[in-house]
Design a protein around this ligand. Sequence first.
Ligand code: ZN
Length: 684
Amino acid sequence: MSKRYTVTAALIYANGPIHIGHLAGCYVPADIYVRYLRAKGAEVAFVSGTDEHGVPITIRAKKEGLTPQAVVDKYYTQIKQSFADFGISFDVYSRTSLPVHHETSQAFFKTIYDKDGFVEETSEQYYDEVAQQFLADRYIIGTCPVCANPNAYGDQCERCGTALSPLELKEPHSTLSGSKPVLKSTKNWYLPLDRMQPEIDKYVGSHTEWKTNVFGQCQSWLKEGLRPRAMTRDLDWGIKVPLPDTDGKVLYVWFEAPIGYISATKDWLIQKNGTDAGWETWWKDQDTELVHFIGKDNIVFHCIIFPATLMAEGSYILPSNVPANEFMNLEGDKISTSRNWAVWLHEYLEELPGKQDVLRYVLTANAPETKDSEFTWKDFQTRNNSELVAIYGNFVNRAVVLTHKYCDGKVPARGELTEFDQETLASLADFPAKIAEAVENYRFREGLALLMDLARLGNKYLAETQPWQVIKTDAERVNTIMNIALQIAANLSIVSEPFLPFTAEKLQQQLGLNANDKGVWQSAGRADLLPDGAVIGEAFLLFEKIEDSVIEKQIQKLHDAKKMNELATKSVPALKPTVQFDDFSKLDLRIGTILEAEKVPKSDKLLKFLVDDGFEKRTILSGIAKHFTPEEMIGRQVTFIANLAPRKIMGQESNGMILMAEDRDGSLSLLQPHKEVWAGASIS
Ligand SMILES: [Zn+2]
């Protein structure tokens, strides 16, 4: 193992809250890895932050009626807080709007520029004549040339992950005005990835140890051949290009955002020491390993484009690994921010307080490490109740409770060991190395499964040694049994810490163990973590059973949110063609009073009304039985068409038509006069 690690977790756009897909894809695995490295005694800088430039920010600002700065301030604060509450142990959670980031990115750009690392090119770019703006990245949408996704962005198709340029999109249109863009010439600076390809091929090719999903994606892009990519944009929100006469141009967000990891490191040191002195150790020292945790949609940027910019600059180390995960789906559907199909972290923390580790556990147990996976609330409940409560919690509780009961709440000394005791201790000693191997190879699901196996070992040990029976005849033997059970629990607390930090802390509190020191992992596996005679704390439950009602509420909430969202995005029906006044005046619209109402037999839609129209009583049929009961209609005044030709419906004649307004959600509303009028009143 290297002695020093710079670990980054994806810079998320500060344009919305965090959901479980982000957590499962990147932040939980990154946090497990970092906590493990610290426990192992390595030097780590764990950096992340919000990406506050780029088109998604300005689009969100427009939608919320705020300035881009107000949007990023709002979401930065919210995101930072929910990560902290969830126990993601960043050394720094920074943001790309900080001056240190602007300076770092501009200097980085300038260095490459001065080395002739860019190709300056005037080209035709799409321009929206209505909005009077060039259409970079997400300002333009069209059909993906690779997978035919009709909603591919100008910089990337989110369905197939391909990095695109706007010119590659078929049937492009502006997301600003919806108009078809025109081509207009503009000057930009390109990173000549085509020229750099041999070097990039060599770099990626030397990392056959990368996860197969990551390595495979890189290889397929390299095989297609890299093209020069513009590192500047014609936009007004972003970091100014540090060259003369470049008003209205900013650095491409995927050029400067990963540099955000570097400026975050500086930000961390400045916050800690008042100066960024020493930052280069984390970015330029060959003994430092750089590891990027991201979701699969960012693979191309972290494995090809960012390393290429680092190569072009020349003085940096390159990422040694990019353990990207695939996507996590939710209840049978893709997680979608725009459709509000997500479990939001800040809401989870509020609605299920104290259950951070349950979510960490479920997201890791189902982590989309090699293929897409799925989160369901039922599975969440099952994993909590039958794994965390029934296995982990049960073992710890028995060990602590029985120690209080039989051993006066103190760690008893071990006597002579049976063969089974020795086997159990030998097995215990093997666990930390097995878990370490899984974590070091980014197999966090496996690491977590092993951790649960250690809890199972504890349960099995107590079940087979039966201290509650033995106590009747042999108290000395019970001392040995409880000592071993407690040592297993103590080890469990150490190897749990990276995965379930809140639980590990509570467990250590019960055991009276203080094992949070850096390097504590080295002592894991030992059977003397708790010295003889040490006092054990009070027993309390580590996990609580989750009832059906809690789960049902969450599922209902999800469906309600989705429905609300669908309704909110619904637009009113298009207007019909213009008619002349004469056409309108042919219609005889009247107010009538409903005298009688009944269901039409054998029809679930039709109601039959007897309406007082001022002349006589007429029968009108109306297909509204799903919306109104006959009883609630009687006595109401309604608007109806009085001169519609009679129609036969289900064998009955209808003389007119009652008018209704259809609401957004499809429900119907009667059109009633605002005060009672005489039956037969005409409408004009
Ligand atoms: Zn595509």
